[in-house]
Write a protein of this length. Structure first.
Lengths: 153, 190
């Protein structure tokens, strides 16, 4: 168990203990505390009502629309996963073949600068196209495989 | 002689229907609604999640039938459990994201922010790291060594009578100390 796990468990324990205290606290005593803190004993209860109102609209809206909308939590978790997936791609930088394609586009706009690219880049461009072609082959192959698997079921 | 058939397993009662769930939630008293907001604020602190968001998500899951409400379970305990479970999921997701983007130095104090992290996850990481410093919370009870002792028991996971006995306080004094700790933590901007 690492140092940080211990600390996180400590805060979990603390939240559990405070929750137990709150559950054991008589309602009227708690409302008095809320009045002391917010000037209105119903301040937090009213806050709950607002949240409940929003959520009821969300639930009824969901069942009317599609009956299968993701919850806020699931939407956010999905967003986190996508962000992590695309973070890796962003960190990989722009592949050479795209840089070359972009340069080619620039060349078409500024024909005078076309001679700036040497033989090595032309070779790299060829290699890039090969990669694309092999990607396509792989895609087609994997689709073919999955169809075959599907027909075997 | 006829063979005895094994006794039938006890049937689990079905969970509350959507109408029953709605009725349970709408019958929450002002005190109970207040308690749920407070409970969400405690778990919000460990998950770096807004308490409102935790409450909303918990109610959503229950009303939408995504989280079954077992019959006979006391409503506040059940709803508090849902809030805790959502906070736990968020905390784990956040910890995973932090591990990927913020290589933590085990030697570094967790309360310190790592400089130069300006991305979203870095801010989240700073937020949660700042909240993890139990020692810092302890300093808010420097004026009361007994409260510190009870607080340490709470974070160690000691519960109920065990903690009361360990504190050496009478039941009334112990209750009063627990209340003092809770009230002071509630007022902290951790």
């Amino acid at each position: 168990v690492s140092h940080k796990d211990v600390k996180q468990d400590a805060l979990d324990n603390l939240a559990d203990a405070l929750t137990q205290d709150i559950l054991d606290t008589p309602d009227n005593e708690l409302l008095r505390e809320v009045e002391e803190d917010y000037g209105d004993p119903r301040a937090l209860a009213n806050k709950f009502d607002q949240i409940l109102d929003r959520t009821e609209k969300q639930v009824s809206g969901t069942s009317r629309r599609t009956g299968g909308r993701l919850s806020l939590e699931d939407q956010r978790r999905l967003g986190d996963i996508l962000q992590r997936v695309y973070d890796d791609i962003v960190r990989q930088g722009v592949p050479d073949r795209f840089k070359i394609l972009l340069n080619e586009l620039n060349d078409e706009r500024e024909p005078g600068q076309a001679a700036a690219y040497g033989q090595g880049e032309v070779h790299a461009r060829g290699a890039g196209r090969e990669d694309v072609a092999s990607d396509r082959t792989m895609d087609a192959k994997s689709m073919d495989d999955s169809r075959r698997k599907g027909s075997q079921r | 002689m006829r063979e005895l058939s094994p006794p039938a397993p006890e049937a689990t009662p079905p969970p509350l229907s959507k109408a029953e769930v709605r009725s349970e939630i709408s019958s929450l008293t002002a005190g109970e609604r207040t308690k749920l907001i407070k409970i969400a604020s405690y778990y919000g602190r460990i998950s770096s999640e807004e308490p409102d968001e935790l409450v909303q998500e918990a109610i959503y899951r229950v009303l939408a039938g995504m989280r079954e409400w077992p019959r006979g379970l006391e409503k506040l305990r059940f709803l508090a459990g849902v809030i805790k479970s959502i906070a736990g999921d968020r905390k784990r997701a956040l910890r995973h994201a932090v591990k990927r983007t913020v290589p933590l130095n085990e030697e570094r104090e967790l309360g310190e922010a790592r400089p130069g992290l300006m991305d979203y996850e870095g801010r989240e990481a700073r937020g949660i790291l700042a909240q993890l410093d139990v020692k810092r919370i302890m300093t808010y009870f420097d004026d009361d060594p007994i409260a510190q002792k009870v607080f340490m028991g709470m974070v160690d996971g000691t519960r109920g009578e065990d903690l009361e006995r360990a504190s050496g306080l009478s039941p009334t004094e112990y209750e009063s100390k627990r209340k003092k700790i809770r009230r002071r933590i509630e007022k902290l901007k951790m």
